[in-house]
Design a protein around this ligand. Structure first.
Ligand SMILES: [Ca+2]
Ligand SMILES: [Ca+2]
Length: 302
């Protein structure tokens, strides 16, 4: 990554007027949690650094603090404890519904309908869409989703490396050594690439997929345009918000987002430890990680 650190000079441009809202939360230098929105710029929400966090389109934040529990932040109410236990992975839908992976205690959903255990089994990875649709992978049990009012549905018998889900119920999944796939109700599984991305993947609410490939850069897939290279440099982490803004964090160069015009805008000169756009989670974490795909932000040795 030294090459990136020394030579990356992304173009910095003022954004065009944006209609889409997107928010991002990030942690820097283990110094608390920050939120960026166009209306407010950066705000430090807490000086404590969460173990896991996510933000929704309205800017509501869910965060898990080791030893302190699960908390929600809203502009109106500030921080409120949701549970005394700290899940290892979290997600938050646009209506404020929270999902937490409590490992030995299973997967739980906390929302207007109350608190529900969705499964007693311990997910390997979870993803929560803007509308609350949920995907979860389980070691040895494959990939499952829970959409709208339905129950659990297994959509793959093989456990993927990384997953994401959108408000259409479409799921993107990377499988070690097998490539990148997208599942849609209309078409079933479709291979988007025979190459397996490194680390985080994301799908927005229009079925566009963002993925990063070690040494060859950051890419966006859409049905209309196929694969487009967004950057020749490979970010340390990337994601796409539910409303379609691509975010990328480059080692030594800071945190960027892609403007509608296709140029990178630097949001922070500091490289985030991790970040989450609305519709994403801080590190697209994987529990029980025993795969060999170790070029992601969680195992970054550079
Ligand atoms: Ca887990
Ligand atoms: Ca997502």
């Amino acid at each position: 990554m030294d090459r990136v650190r020394n030579t990356l000079r992304p173009q910095i441009e003022a954004l065009e007027d944006r209609l889409a809202l997107s928010a991002v939360v990030a942690s820097f230098n283990d110094n608390g949690l920050y939120r960026f929105a166009d209306a407010t710029g950066w705000q430090q929400l807490t000086t404590f650094t969460p173990e896991a966090y996510a933000v929704n389109t309205a800017g509501d934040v869910v965060a898990s603090f080791e030893g302190a529990g699960l908390y929600r932040f809203t502009n109106a109410a500030g921080w409120q404890q949701v549970a005394p236990f700290a899940p290892s992975q979290v997600g938050i839908a646009d209506d404020g519904t929270i999902v937490g992976d409590f490992n030995g205690a299973g997967l739980w959903r906390i929302g207007a309908a109350g608190t529900q255990q969705l499964t007693m089994f311990d997910p390997r990875q979870i993803a929560v869409a803007s509308n609350g649709d949920l995907a979860a992978s389980f070691d040895g049990a494959g990939l499952w989703r829970m959409v709208a009012a339905g129950g659990w549905q297994q959509i793959a018998p093989i456990t993927p490396d990384r997953i994401d889900i959108n408000a259409l119920g479409s799921v993107v999944a990377s499988f070690n050594n097998v490539g990148l796939y997208r599942f849609e109700d209309a078409t079933g599984w479709q291979q988007l690439s025979p190459f397996t991305p490194n680390g985080t993947i994301g799908i927005d609410d229009t079925n566009r997929v963002a993925a990063r490939y070690q040494n060859i850069g950051l890419y966006l897939y859409s049905d209309a345009a196929g694969w487009q290279q967004l950057s020749t440099f490979t970010p340390q982490r990337s994601d796409i918000s539910s409303d379609g803004t691509v975010f990328a964090n480059f080692n030594g160069a800071g945190l960027y987002r892609l403007s509608p015009g296709g140029a990178f805008q630097q949001l922070s000169p500091l490289t985030a430890d991790a970040f989450a756009p609305n519709g994403g989670a801080d590190s697209n974490q994987v529990d029980n990680n025993n795969d060999n795909n170790n070029n992601d932000e969680n195992n970054n040795n550079d």
